[in-house]
Design a binder for this molecule. Structure first.
Ligand SMILES: [Zn+2]
Length: 188
């Protein structure tokens, strides 16, 4: 496991035991996720605490302020989108979709004592910029075109996970790709 992040603008947040060794040459897709939570820290701790057979992880997590955390080497397999794990790199974005907010609010109402409902948290401008720069860098490393065929939402890349309602709605993937195209070929 490398010590310094592979992505120059990232902060290291390596997660051990939640990935499999693989080859960068086999990677040909980037998958965009939403955490359905308000912080990167929360998502990273969920990854670290997840246990077999439901261990989960993701290569990168982008916080609300645009800080990028790298958790898994881009050559290795993380467990973020079951149908494409072997050949993709995953990016989580801290945010809450309208559907996620509804589900969390419903769970809050059933607690004793009940907790207040929460609102959706669309991704911030800082996250869009950070995500676009990271996507552009990854397209260079993976040698793939920066387009919507190679940069997909979880629900598009791995429909069998049934994440078409969660992990969708807080981030506009078209906008990330459009912004990323402007960064392709720049260093970071
Ligand atoms: Zn997802």
């Amino acid at each position: 496991m490398p010590i310094t992040p592979e992505y120059p603008a990232a902060v290291a947040a390596w997660i051990e035991g939640h990935s499999q060794p693989a080859n960068l040459a086999d990677k040909n897709m980037i998958v965009l996720h939403e955490t359905e939570g308000s912080t990167a820290e929360g998502a990273i701790s969920t990854f670290r605490q997840s246990v077999a057979p439901h261990r989960v992880s993701c290569h990168f997590v982008i916080d609300r302020d645009g800080t990028v955390y790298q958790c898994i080497s881009i050559a290795d397999i993380a467990w973020h989108a079951s149908q494409v794990n072997a050949h993709s790199v995953g990016i989580e974005h801290a945010g809450i979709s309208p559907t996620g907010a509804k589900a969390i609010s419903h769970a809050h109402a059933l607690m004793t004592p009940p907790r207040p409902p929460i609102s959706a948290m669309p991704c911030t401008e800082a996250q869009y910029v950070a995500s676009a720069k990271l996507v552009a860098w990854l397209c260079g490393r993976l040698q793939i075109p920066c387009d919507r065929v190679h940069v997909r939402e979880h629900c598009e890349a791995s429909p069998a996970d049934h994440h078409d309602l969660c992990c969708h709605g807080a981030l506009d993937p078209d906008r990330v790709v459009t912004m990323a195209k402007a960064f392709v070929g720049t260093s970071s």
